[in-house]
Design a protein around this ligand. Structure first.
Ligand code: F0G
Length: 467
């Protein structure tokens, strides 16, 4: 018997170890962040009689419905994420439903004929984390958990705090003190989360908290939680729907803890498996130069002709980037990301601080705007085009992960010409500490102060004939 929308017959679902050699299965109601062998877990489905045409029609039809689940750009695709019991509460803020915006000016800057941005900054708390939090927090509630926790560079914490508040759960956040954008901290406080600032960077804080969660009875909602990944994979489903189920050549995204890279690849593979799309686009993951452990691993593996899994990820000890969202030296989901890079013939590249800053300003000049980490996409595309990895006429979609207003101090400093990165790098005895890396405001736009004098304003505008 097919369900009421005739999309699929009964689906079996379980947690499964990401390592095919292990493949241990656990029930979805079992609370665990890792397999007994230490690897991360996937939510795995066995769909039977999935009808791709009926699914597309059903999802399109639901876009007109007023049911809160249909209003969500995540739960609208619920046949792709069927892990909750049928009577479970769905905790939603009508996340997803984010626009796909063409951006000729940004395309021109990168050297592409066509470029579109899938802008996850249009989400309720301003980042793609909302897609994963609606599923993660709903699962926490279904498991009867009252307290959820995460370690975050800012967006995960803002999002988790909002969804926990929405669902009546308590939220505990661990954030690296002084290393997250102030707007993200402000969100977390406003949504009422218990906010603990640890005097350490993200990686040290993560190690510390990962050991403590179980003993403290906290339900961990970092992207190692496989139910978060399920929500984030719907970003790809919504994107394919917006593209008429015709995949682009490339999907480009910033890479930090690598949860999103894992989610996008899984979503794409499942859509191909179910006949929703005919082929897989290639993923391009972009890391900041000062926080690029995955790129470093892949380069080493290529140079030594070895499988990267054999080498293992070597953490970047003191990751540095002004794109604080992706300031991560030991990404938890690196093995999942590797699997998706292999499945999609993907690539991984780094970009400099100057390249990120300029790309961000160009995205702003397209009337779109984003936070610094998101701009790594455009900078990465430009670099990959220069290397002939991406072709000028390839169809490219870049995913902007966070809203422009997430990090106003970065934006103001850039336009005022004061943006710089204090380098905590190797100590040079001749020169002392390394000087800060100063970002040149190549697309800077300084505010101009004037007295309340009409003549001065007239003269000022006359000097700028382009206005
Ligand atoms: N872009 C933004 C705006 C982010 O906040 C993050 C991650 C990423 C990209 C990278 O995604 O970690 O899945 O590879 N932010 C996390 C946080 C780490 O705590 O908010 P990823």
């Amino acid at each position: 018997m097919k369900n009421s929308f005739s999309v699929a017959a009964m689906t079996s679902v379980f947690l499964r170890c990401l390592d095919p050699k292990c493949g241990t299965r656990y029930p979805v109601r079992e609370v665990r962040s890792e397999c007994a062998c230490g690897n991360l877990l996937d939510v795995h489905y066995e769909w039977s009689d999935f009808d791709a045409a009926a699914a597309k029609q059903t999802w399109a039809f639901r876009a007109l419905s007023r049911d809160p689940r249909d209003r969500s750009g995540v739960w609208r695709f619920r046949e792709m994420i069927p892990f909750l019991p049928p009577d479970a509460r769905v905790i939603t803020l009508q996340e997803g439903n984010t626009p796909l915006l063409d951006a000729p000016r940004a395309a021109d800057y990168a050297g592409l004929d066509f470029l579109a941005f899938k802008h996850q900054g249009f989400n309720p708390t301003g980042s793609f984390k909302d897609n994963g939090m609606t599923t993660g927090v709903s699962q926490a509630a279904a498991l009867g958990k009252n307290v959820v926790a995460c370690v975050s560079t800012g967006n995960t914490s803002a999002s988790m705090a909002a969804y926990a508040a929405r669902g009546g759960l308590r939220a505990v956040l661990f954030i690296p003190a002084g290393q997250i954008a102030s707007a993200k901290l402000a969100q977390a406080l406003e949504y009422g989360a218990l906010t603990i600032q640890v005097e350490a960077n993200f990686d040290v804080t993560w190690k510390l908290v990962f050991q403590l969660v179980e003993e403290m009875g906290l339900y961990l909602l970092n992207s190692v939680n496989p139910f978060r990944v399920e929500g984030q994979k719907t970003i790809m489903i919504e994107l394919m729907e917006q593209l008429g189920w015709e995949p682009p050549d490339w999907i480009v995204l910033p890479a930090g803890n690598l949860g999103n890279s894992a989610a996008f690849g899984k979503g794409l593979r499942e859509m191909q498996q179910l006949g929703l799309i005919a082929r897989l686009p290639r993923l391009a993951l972009i890391q900041a130069e000062g926080a690029a452990p995955l790129v470093r691993l892949l380069r080493r593996a290529a140079a030594e002709g070895r499988n990267p899994r054999e080498i293992g990820l070597e953490p970047v000890e003191s990751p540095q980037t002004l794109a604080t969202a992706i300031r991560i030296g030991a990404p938890a989901s690196w093995k999942k990301a590797l699997r998706e890079l292999e499945a999609t013939r993907g690539v991984c590249e780094t970009v400099s601080e100057q390249e990120i800053a300029d790309a961000k300003a160009v995205i702003g000049l397209s009337g779109i705007g984003c936070e610094p980490a998101s701009a790594a996409t455009l900078a990465g595309i430009r670099k990959l085009i220069a290397q002939n990895v991406i072709g000028k006429s390839d169809r490219v979609v870049a995913v902007l992960t966070g809203n422009l207003l997430k990090d106003p101090s970065y934006t103001l400093s850039y336009h005022e010409g004061t943006l710089s990165l204090a380098r905590e790098g190797p100590f040079d005895s001749a020169q002392g500490k390394q000087p800060p890396l100063v970002i040149e405001p190549r697309f800077g736009n300084r505010p101009i102060a004037v007295p309340p004098d009409p003549e001065r304003i007239r003269r000022l505008l006359a000097r700028r004939p382009s206005f």
